[in-house]
Write a protein that binds this ligand. Structure first.
Ligand code: DNO
Length: 357
């Protein structure tokens, strides 16, 4: 496996590349160009700048998270053609700088959703938290506002202002959309981009919906084994793969994460692993926890064992961490707890490797 760390760039991250470089075992960063409006082409000049900055620090830039998909593609509007052409060009441009995997999602309107960004934990730290009744009983527009207001001054991934400014309008456009139509729109998108990925040797890795169920009447389709299986066969190419996020899929206890890893990883369709833990405290209620198995509800040993058993050699990153030691950072994306997560994941991996000899 290749251990990576998500980085938001020089202007929008509290963490520096030299700090990342000093986390043991990290070979690369997972980056993106956050200032390009969703749907526009990522031009080579801008990619080159990011690439040079990352390489100069001694790290790789082989994974992008995310090239976001324009809402018109998800809605299946005629204007999607232009955005799909742009997406193809972005894939070509990224491939010229050695990018191997693009993480993206196909969630209508929102990306991930939480009710609290700084839920206090007994040890004095805080973490992202999801309490369903707090989410469903709030007007989505108020939730967006409170999320933006409580992000320690950082823009949150997937909550780009330009996408959310037109929230009401977007909701209206999705009113008639069902799961089947969303699947059809995903298929249409994949049929056009996967041939370009094959040509350029760039793998697509769809991120699961977080949490993995419908929200505010918006359909969500990247939620469970059956749907993941369906989507990788929409276009049956190894370039049409998954970001297996343990915390997102794990929010539904019916999803058995080690089983999903063995199944989809065994088919060579997991290109990017997001590994983190969550702790349930009720139905559709969880807070994020330290990566350690005993701190949450998921068994990280079993998760890493599944990756080890399938001979996983793709990219992996620790996912959200708690905010600890007084750090002020983008919620979920501080340095300390994610670095602790990496040390732990590396420890599990070393033990699994030595024990299997
Ligand atoms: C949350 C992230 C997601 C993810 C996107 C991928 O912290 O895991 O925002 O990056 O869904 O497109």
């Amino acid at each position: 496996m290749k251990m990576t760390f998500r980085w938001y760039g020089e202007n929008d991250d509290s963490i520096t590349l030299s700090q990342i470089r000093q986390i043991p075992g990290v070979s690369g960063v997972v980056g993106a160009l956050f200032d390009i409006p969703v749907g526009e082409v990522w031009e080579k000049e801008a990619i080159k700048k990011l690439y040079n900055t990352v390489k100069a620090s001694g790290l790789e830039l082989e994974v992008i998270e995310s090239v976001n998909v324009h809402e018109d593609i998800k809605l299946g509007l005629p204007s999607r053609e232009r955005y799909i052409e742009n997406y193809k060009q972005t894939i070509r441009n990224l491939s010229e700088f050695g990018v191997k995997v693009i993480c993206y999602n196909f969630m209508p309107v929102f990306d991930w959703l939480r009710s609290d960004l700084a839920y206090p934990l007994p040890d004095g730290s805080n973490a992202l938290c999801y309490i369903d009744e707090k989410v469903v009983n709030v007007d989505p527009i108020d939730l967006v506002k409170s999320t933006a207001d409580n992000s320690n001054g950082f823009s949150l991934p997937g909550w780009e202002p330009e996408r959310l400014a037109e929230l009401e309008n977007l909701f209206a456009q999705y009113r008639e959309m069902n799961h089947e139509q969303l699947f059809a729109n995903l298929k249409y998108f994949l049929e056009q981009i996967i041939p370009v990925c094959e040509e350029c040797d760039v793998k697509m890795a769809i991120h699961p919906d977080d949490p993995p169920w419908d929200i505010y009447g918006l359909p969500r389709i990247v939620t469970n084994k059956e749907n993941l299986d369906r989507l990788i066969h929409l276009v049956d190419s190894p370039y049409n793969g998954l970001t297996l996020c343990s915390g997102s899929l794990g929010a539904n206890p019916d999803n058995n994460i080690p089983e999903l890893i063995r199944y989809f990883g065994g088919m060579g369709r997991i290109h990017f692993a997001h590994v983190r833990n969550i702790k349930f405290f009720g139905k559709k209620q969880f807070h994020e926890s330290a990566h350690l198995s005993s701190d949450g509800s998921l068994d990280l040993y079993e998760i890493m064992k599944a990756y080890h058993d399938i001979g996983f050699d793709g990219y992996i990153r620790p996912d959200h961490g708690r905010m600890i030691w007084g750090e002020q950072a983008r919620p979920g994306y501080g340095l300390y707890d994610r670095a602790l997560g990496i040390a732990y994941l590396n420890g599990l991996w070393e033990a699994l490797t030595k024990n299997s000899k």
